[in-house]
Design a binder for this molecule. Structure first.
Ligand code: GLA
Length: 433
């Protein structure tokens, strides 16, 4: 009889283990990504926005989607200082494939534009200390009409691993919406089974929102490292605003699911291309930092202007984007075409956070508009105040208390971007940096 309680506990524990195991298997967690990657949003260079599907290398030898383009951009990422500030992925997008699979059924690169194959290109990118990303599509075809993965999920995941790929963007053209919520996790499972950790960028929510369906972000965060929420960004201020507005409108659904290892993706940075003014470029960089967005430049690094390079390489703004807490920011004030976006960042004490604060103007009356809003109205309530620094200005810090004003002038369609570090009553012992 003495042993009865022990046996009972043992039997109970066994049962608990079995129940837990079955629950995990059925609950879909067996597919969970858990690859330990991208604890902060990924940063790098992605071909699509600037180079699209240019495949005629005779006409456009320097612009076509080819081995040469990616090697050149990898070289420049390092030599021009981008890698040193964190941009460490070189990612291919659409139009790299041959129209036919090989005789073994495997995907193959276009033999003329990628004469050494993808594994060789990946090795070159790795030799520069960078990571290598690739693009495919869950459906029958990629958006530009190259072979998709749908009938070869396992084989294609294995092929990518065998090429030493570090990151896969899986698009959703030519696919049934109904198949995506199971099909994308299935591909993720095969990625995991290869044993090679690869970042998984999913596009299925962008296809759901297109049909008016609100994505299930909890499921996405379980299966994907990042996901494209919405429409493609195009090279214009109108497109940029369209995406920012969507992220503002849907923020309560979206932001709780961002965090280390899983991110909302508003799409590429336009900075340095044709469509944005200087002020709009600074505004995109600030909002992408507030949103904890992946920072993928898509620009010709051979010809980018110094002022755009300076925006992209602003280390104080990159530090906001890469803040270790990984909390996505929100719009907290919207009056007279002036928006205030804030993001909680380190250092933290107790329940008091530091903040990034972006004051964004959507005004077009052509003068720098004066904004005066108490810090408290933007949610900054720490009684001891904040040391405030202008992230596009010099590094001077000013002490502001909650009832002091954010008192700034913002250029039309521009931004003023601040970092406000909390002042604490105890030295940094209890402060998390
Ligand atoms: C879709 C994606 C884009 C890009 C293109 C390529 O539109 O959303 O980001 O990858 O396909 O064809």
């Amino acid at each position: 009889m003495e042993y009865f309680p022990c046996l009972f506990i043992l039997a109970f524990s066994m049962r608990a283990i079995i129940v837990a195991f079955v629950a995990i298997s059925l609950g879909g967690s067996a597919y969970a990504l858990e690859n330990g990657l991208v604890r902060t949003p990924p940063m790098g260079w992605l071909a699509w926005q600037r180079f699209r599907c240019i495949t005629n290398c005779t006409l456009y030898p320097d612009d076509c989607i080819s081995d040469k383009l990616f090697r050149t951009m990898a070289d420049l990422l390092v030599s021009e200082g981008y890698a040193a500030v964190g941009y460490n992925y070189i990612n291919i997008d659409d139009c790299w494939l041959s129209k036919e699979r090989g005789p073994d059924g495997r995907l193959q690169a276009d033999p003329e534009r990628f004469p050494y194959g993808i594994k060789d290109l990946a090795a070159y990118v790795h030799s520069k200390g960078l990571n290598f990303g690739i693009y495919e599509d869950f459906g029958n075809f990629t958006c530009a009409g190259y072979p998709g993965v749908i009938d070869n999920l396992k084989l294609d995941a294995e092929t990518f691993a065998s090429w030493d790929v570090d990151y896969i963007k899986l698009d959703g053209c030519y696919a049934e919406l109904e198949q995506m919520e199971t099909g994308y996790p299935e591909f993720g499972l095969y990625m995991n089974q290869t044993g090679r950790p690869m970042v998984y960028s999913c596009s299925w929510p962008a296809y759901q929102t297109e049909q008016g369906i609100d994505p299930n972000y909890a499921v996405l965060a379980e299966h994907c490292n990042l996901w494209r929420n919405y429409d493609d960004i195009q090279d214009s201020y109108a497109s940029l605003r369209h995406i920012i507005d969507y992220f503002g409108q849907k923020q309560d659904n979206m932001t709780p699911h961002a965090g280390p290892g899983h991110w909302n993706d508003p799409d590429m940075l336009l900075i340095g291309n044709y469509g944005l003014s200087y002020d709009q470029s600074r505004m995109q960089m600030a909002i992408w930092a507030i949103l904890a967005a992946p920072l993928f430049m898509s620009v010709d690094l051979r010809t980018i202007r110094p002022e755009h390079k300076e925006i992209l390489q602003n280390t104080r703004i990159i530090a906001v984007n890469q803040d270790p807490l990984g909390i996505q920011g929100q719009i907290v004030y919207n009056t007279s075409k002036i928006e205030i976006w804030t993001r909680k960042i380190t250092p933290v004490q107790g329940d008091q956070y530091s903040y990034a604060i972006a004051v964004v103007s959507r005004r077009d009356d052509g003068y720098p508009y004066r904004v005066q809003v108490p810090l408290r109205d933007a949610g900054l309530t720490n009684p001891l105040g904040y040391l405030v620094q202008d992230l596009y200005g010099d590094t001077t810090e000013n002490l502001l208390l909650p009832d002091d004003l954010i008192d700034v002038r913002v250029n039309p369609s521009g931004v003023v971007f601040w970092r406000a570090n909390i002042v604490t009553d105890v030295p940094s012992v209890t402060t998390i940096y």
